[in-house]
Write a protein that binds this ligand. Structure first.
Ligand code: DAO
Ligand code: DAO
Length: 265
């Protein structure tokens, strides 16, 4: 009884995340109730184990989401203003030979500021319509609303030099796309926050947030290392994850559905 109440509550609080586990939950649940009615002692044991693992599954899915390629786990919410929309992985090909996983990422949005800025324009659309609506994502990327991406490093040998040259490509090309000019100075201001003596071992967490007024703030393992006020820089950064040509296509889809459901629910 206690168990089924626990499961009911777990599933109700985390409908989105629990969905992916429904198949597992259903099968375990069937095994669980079936074994219990049989009442044989070994059946009872297996039934109980299945029930325990089911409640562990549900409890887990309620509070975090694991990025499947890297096993990195992201809390479903970090505080009242940061709810996880989706997760993904940043890969990099080395000499065209093999792909390495560089970092896992989770994109968080402030549901309240998302609604405040965009509900008038998109509030009448269903989640399915919204998910296909490119204008909606352009508006999420370009508006002054709360977004954060958390990167967790998984590659153990990342050097600051390779990080700098990666953003010169990825962010640099977007600054150009959105503004029509190179913006070398802005890119330089961003990369100069990252001093040569910073270390980025596996497990380092980098939180990059858009704060009110288009301020892009970077924290490494919770320590603020710099903030830059620039709409163009914020837009270029989030375009990497949810724009039309993203770093991880599957993640973009997942994050887009997450954002659409935040606006419509
Ligand atoms: O060591 O040559 C190598 C591979 C390094 C890949 C670097 C990719 C950097 C991606 C940006 C990381 C941002 C934290
Ligand atoms: O993946 O290509 C990319 C770009 C990621 C941009 C993230 C910037 C984070 C910078 C932290 C560096 C710390 C030295």
């Amino acid at each position: 009884m206690t168990l089924s109440v626990g499961i009911g509550v777990g599933l109700a609080v985390a409908p989105r995340l629990a969905k992916q586990r429904t198949w597992l939950a259903k099968n375990l649940w069937e095994a669980c109730t079936h074994e219990k009615t049989k009442r044989s002692s070994s059946g009872y044991l297996w039934g109980s184990l299945a029930c325990m693992s089911l409640s562990a599954e549900v409890a887990h899915s309620d509070s975090s989401r694991v990025e499947p390629n890297t096993g990195v786990s992201f809390p479903s919410s970090l505080d009242e203003t940061k709810h996880l929309a989706g997760v993904g992985v940043r890969r990099k090909s080395i000499f065209g030979l093999k792909n390495i996983n560089v970092y896992a990422f989770g994109l968080y949005a402030d549901e309240r500021s998302l609604k405040e800025k965009l509900v008038d324009k998109y509030g009448k659309q269903s989640a399915t319509e919204l998910k296909e609506n490119k204008d909606f994502y352009e508006d999420v990327i370009g508006n002054d609303l709360g977004l954060m991406v958390r990167l967790e490093i998984v590659y153990g040998k990342l050097s600051i030099g390779s990080v700098r040259s990666a953003f010169e490509d990825s962010i640099g090309s977007r600054l150009q796309k959105f503004s029509g000019t190179e913006n070398k100075e802005l890119l330089q201001r961003f990369t100069s926050q990252f001093k040569d003596d910073y270390k980025l071992p596996r497990g380092t967490k980098i939180d990059i947030s858009r704060l009110p007024g288009h301020i892009l703030q970077t924290k490494i393992d919770d320590k603020e290392i710099g903030s830059i006020q620039s709409k163009l820089l914020c837009q270029s950064l989030f375009d990497l994850y949810i724009g039309e040509d993203p770093l991880d296509k599957l993640a973009k889809e997942e994050i887009r559905s997450g954002l659409a459901s935040f606006l419509t629910q």
